[in-house]
Design a protein around this ligand. Structure first.
Ligand SMILES: Cc1cc2nc3c(=O)[nH]c(=O)nc-3n(C[C@H](O)[C@H](O)[C@H](O)COP(=O)(O)OP(=O)(O)OC[C@H]3O[C@@H](n4cnc5c(N)ncnc54)[C@H](O)[C@@H]3O)c2cc1C
Length: 222
């Protein structure tokens, strides 16, 4: 299996860093091919603009999706975008490792999506959802929170985490054709003892050993 892992955390020694290294080590040791994009290490620019492209369709009025369609037809993506698109096209499984920031993706990862998931190349026309460009591939969110698990249950003070993740799992991953695996969630690692955190890393490693046989989840179409 070919696995592409994206890390969005500014601190290498963070728990997210440990989750990322666990995945790289375990999946690599199991014989899978691994590619990674550590977005902070790459100094990935999350601001979407004409820098996404080598080509110009309309120099007078910048409309991103028009430029994306043109670039898709004419090999016109900037190198840093082309590399990331090729990583997604290459993989069988894509994992995003990130801390939940303001109920969503950290800006660097949201900006990566804004720039890399380009119309024409990654979706467009009727090539969405079940007909999506990336159908047959699987994707998994691996995230940490600050709040405890009880805060993210239905009726908890933050509300249901499944609903919070829906814009990502439905609006980005399923929209472009991915089958979505259950998210790997570590609630409030900073609140836990070191042994408890170690146990959670071991549980993640055990899950990844068997990830090839996992079935996708229903992320809901409400
Ligand atoms: C801008 C912003 C917005 C946020 N919004 C939200 C929000 O909407 N909802 C929410 O719930 N939270 C929110 N948070 C909190 C955030 O989600 C958490 O701080 C984050 O998820 C914790 O993960 P971390 O990797 O940063 O933890 P860290 O603080 O880096 O790590 C936790 C502990 O794990 C230890 N550790 C590292 N490696 C290992 C290892 N190998 N083994 C054992 N222990 C290890 C570290 O030393 C540390 O003590 C927000 C934070 C920010 C900065």
């Amino acid at each position: 299996m070919k696995v592409f892992i994206v890390l969005a955390h500014p601190e290498h020694q963070s728990f997210n860093g440990a989750m990322f290294r666990t995945a790289v080590d375990v999946l690599g040791a199991a014989g899978h091919e691994i590619k990674t994009s550590d977005l902070y290490a790459l100094r990935f620019d999350p601001v979407s603009s004409r820098t996404n492209f080598l080509t110009v369709k309309d120099p007078d009025y910048y409309k991103q999706q028009t430029e994306e369609l043109y670039a898709s037809e004419s090999y016109g993506f900037a190198d840093e975008i082309e590399r990331e698109i090729q990583n997604i096209e290459w993989c069988d499984l894509m994992i995003w490792q990130f801390p939940l920031w303001w109920f969503g993706l950290p800006g660097i990862l949201k900006g990566w999506v804004d720039r890399v998931f380009a119309m024409g190349r990654t979706y467009g026309g009727d090539r969405i959802y079940a007909n999506g460009v990336f159908r047959g591939k699987r994707a998994m969110l691996s995230l940490t929170t600050g709040g405890p698990a009880a805060a993210y249950e239905k009726g908890g003070f933050n509300g249901d985490l499944t609903a919070i993740l829906r814009p990502i799992q439905r609006g980005i991953l399923q929209f472009t054709g991915f089958d979505v695996l259950a998210p790997q969630i570590v609630y409030g690692p900073v609140r836990l003892s070191r042994p408890a955190r170690t146990q959670l890393l071991e549980a993640y490693a055990a899950r990844l050993q068997a990830v090839t046989s996992e079935q996708p989840i229903d992320v809901g179409s409400y």
